[in-house]
Design a protein. Structure first.
Length: 292
């Protein structure tokens, strides 16, 4: 695929991406809701929200495949941030912008709307299909409405400072080393670093709840239905954990079927008859997993 041109005012655009502080961070339910809705509204196999860095397109939320990142120069989304207008590719196999891409035969149809932060185009909300399809002005209006919801979420600084600092500690091309590829949550090394940082803050007077969660009878799932089914269970549990916690909380995959949740500033009361711990969510209800 021929090299795409650099967007005008790229230095200013990258400054806005850096200020956004989402590159290298795991999936979040607030964005997953939007991409799930986009996938249902348009009845497409793929929907994602990308943050476009200097070298990478970081898939902050993705439905329909397991990717976390892609090289910006090879991605369709690069063309969306070139101009302040939607990017519609009806047939990637014939579009001169992407016809030489390795993805052209897989993602034939692509539609995207740029996402703005601090006045700059920092990412895209996009949908894709394996076949050409009709896309009229009404469809574009609907995708633009969803993009407007995503832009509102971009204005909210939701992750904890500990998680943001962890994501920013890596160079851009090494960011995926801290994310579990299968579940799109923090991996074991990253969540252990978050635990250590939050324990230091707790020693200074704040409070933090740490939960270990495992999936009951997970080996039986793999043995009976196969590892692909087990992988899907892990993805669903991770998604439900993200949905059941506050934005500033952190979830990581600690082992094969084990997850760790870190909840800063979580107040806890001694439970008694008719009383419950004052934690952000009920993990048994939210995930079907068992908290220990």
């Amino acid at each position: 695929m021929p090299a795409a041109p650099v967007p005008p005012h790229e230095i200013r655009r990258l400054a806005a991406v850096q200020k956004l502080r989402l590159l290298g961070t795991p999936a979040e339910e607030r964005f997953d809701k939007i991409t799930r809705l986009a996938r249902r509204v348009f009845d497409v196999p793929m929907a994602c929200l990308d943050i476009v860095g200097e070298k990478l397109a970081w898939l902050k939320s993705v439905q329909g495949f397991d990717g976390i990142e892609g090289l910006r120069k090879d991605s369709y989304c690069h063309h969306t941030v070139l101009e302040d207008s939607p990017c519609i590719i009806l047939d990637a196999r014939e579009d001169p912008r992407v016809r030489d891409s390795a993805h052209a035969d897989t993602w034939v149809f692509y539609a995207a709307v740029p996402l703005h932060f601090d006045g700059e185009r920092v990412g895209v909300l996009c949908i894709g299909d394996h076949h050409t399809r009709h896309f009229d002005p009404g469809h574009l209006d609907a995708l633009s409405d969803l993009a407007a919801l995503a832009e509102r979420e971009l204005q909210v600084a939701a992750l904890s400072e500990v998680q943001i600092a962890l994501a920013e500690s890596n160079e851009e091309l090494g960011m995926k080393a801290r994310i579990d590829f299968l579940t799109h949550v923090w991996n074991r090394g990253a969540i252990e670093e978050i635990v250590a940082a939050e324990r230091s803050r707790t020693a200074a007077g704040s409070s933090t709840a740490i939960l270990m969660i495992d999936i009951d009878h997970f080996k039986a799932i793999n043995d009976t239905f196969g590892h692909p089914a087990g992988d899907e269970v892990l993805r669903v549990v991770a998604a439900r954990l993200r949905a059941g916690i506050r934005p500033l909380d952190a979830v990581g995959r600690y082992g094969g079927d084990e997850f760790l949740a870190v909840m800063p500033e979580a107040r806890h009361r001694r439970s008694g008859p008719g009383r419950r711990a004052n934690l952000p969510c009920d993990f048994k209800d939210a995930s079907g997993a068992r908290a220990a």
